[in-house]
Design a protein. Sequence first.
Length: 263
Amino acid sequence: MIGSSDSRWREAFVDTSKGRVHYAEVGTGEPLILLHSNGCSLFEFQFVMEDLGKHHRVLALDLPGQGDSDPLSCHWTYDMYADAVVAWMDALGIQRACIAGSSIGGVVCLALGKRYADRIRSLVLIETPIRSGFAWAKRWFTVEGNFALPLQTLEAVSSRIRNVTPDFHKRWNIDRSKAGSHTMMDAMWAVREYDTLGTLAQLQVPTFAILGSHGPVGDGLEPLKAKIGDARIVVMDNCGHFPMIDEPAEFVANLHRFASSAD
């Protein structure tokens, strides 16, 4: 786990034009940037980052308002999140990168591909919700139940993720508490308001997708197939919304293959 005495990760903060950003880094080579899901942090990738670092310069950051990055002071759109990621890249001198985003991190990827195509080698959309605002409205009570109540029981987390340990459960609730219910719900309102379907259709950068066979975003599979084709999509068996946690080794192999395809 990151932060342990034998970890090869380096953690740091950097001041950007969009606020102070916390990130971790490992490895050398072409940059591979990892963006976490709502209510999580860069710890979402704790089981895969060092193995990915054997092939890439891997950087995982806490999105604004979450983890240990600066809190939000107003409603943020996904264009604003994309601007913040590029400001962070500028601060670190990263000109172009493969960027992989999980869930809302994948929605940030969509905004990045639309606004900053010249900064993107490729995008990997991990369990990314691609649906209309109307579809979101129909499931909104479920969304509120998931994100408006920060603390979740071990049983609730175990129903979504395999092999949950007490330490992992503690980390899960730490990260959700750092973000807080308002920031998590603000991020979900921003997804509901964002045109993921239209943005996906307009992308002009190499794009790939990793989904879990039991994940909640399967309704986005057909739009993904229509845009990028079956060959650029992997559906990982026996995985839910967090394939990097359910099956770390398989996830690393898939993400490495897609990131390397951009070369």
